[in-house]
Design a protein around this ligand. Sequence first.
Ligand code: A3P
Length: 357
Amino acid sequence: MATSSMKSIPMAVPSFSMCHKLELLKEGKSKGQEDHEGLSYEFQEMLNSLPKERGWRTRYLYLFQGFWCQAKEIQAIMSFQKHFQCLPNDVVLATIPKSGTTWLKALTFTILNRHRFDPVSSGTNLHPLLTSNPHDLVPFFEYKLYANGDVPDLSGLASPRTFATHVPFGSLKDSIEKPGVKVVYLCRNPFDTFISSWHYINNIKSESVSPVLLDEAFDLYCRGVIGFGPFWEHMLGYWRESLKRPEKVLFLKYEDLKEDIETNLKKLSSFLGLPFTEEEERKGVVKAIADLCSFENLKKLEVNKSNKSIKNFENRFLFRKGEVSDWVNYLSPSQVERLSSLVDDKFGGSGLTFGLS
Ligand code: A3P
């Protein structure tokens, strides 16, 4: 059992800075226990065969199927890949964490259910978004349905079933290969995604884990070591698929949604096969959805101030600033230079660009 043994740590972390090794030694026991709680011996043996790096909020991130993720996430993803059976109308919302997943879930749920729950009279009809966090309305494969290696019964779900995931396209594609299954990817510029991740992780991490300093987190990020990263591979995987099969994968950008939500809502709605009618547009349905799902509206709701929707994570941390370019307040000129040249290098020639200036 290699998980909490102090003896195994130096061998397990050969490339870590001395400073972080000391942190691990100090925290090792409780962090290790949290990471691996409830995992079988065989599973832990499998984990031990994977490359690993310092984690952001758990002790390690493991390189699994070419992307970095936590032990519990691997357990869930393996169960998902083995058991999930897609249906022709399924909708899968995909993001790398902190790209606006919560927003995309709110928008998609509201679009798909607008004939049951009228967004125009959402106040009087008690729209589900007023009392439920978007993560309760659109479940994650890896944090909810297949968490702990569970195999959920999905037979009672209304059509179109709507799910979410952070899994990169390469590890998702076999599970969604049926005509009619649609994927919506929301991409956010890597600078803001990094800053949002850094804040979030430090807010939700358990007390037994020391804070990840900005410089250290930035270095990990630029080396690709971030949950479900490298971020460039995550974004490019969905980007290329959206170019190849636009009817299957819709690629949206957080910044575009911030700039013009109504145009993007129409795009999303048409992609999902439920375009807004002229009458709906006249009645103000598009604007009502935008307002209902806006950062300002969701942030102030009681359910998003006090509850927990994803195990152990307080909803309030899901709504921080909701702005574009907050990174300018945090990154040094040399960090901006490093990330800019990484972005140029990785995304150059792909056609995927980020309006950063
Ligand atoms: P910031 O940390 O920059 O504020 P995710 O939902 O993938 O976890 O992403 C969280 C980011 O999206 C946070 O960014 C959060 O504030 C922002 N966000 C959450 N709800 C939003 C909304 N309705 N509109 C715009 N941004 C939103």
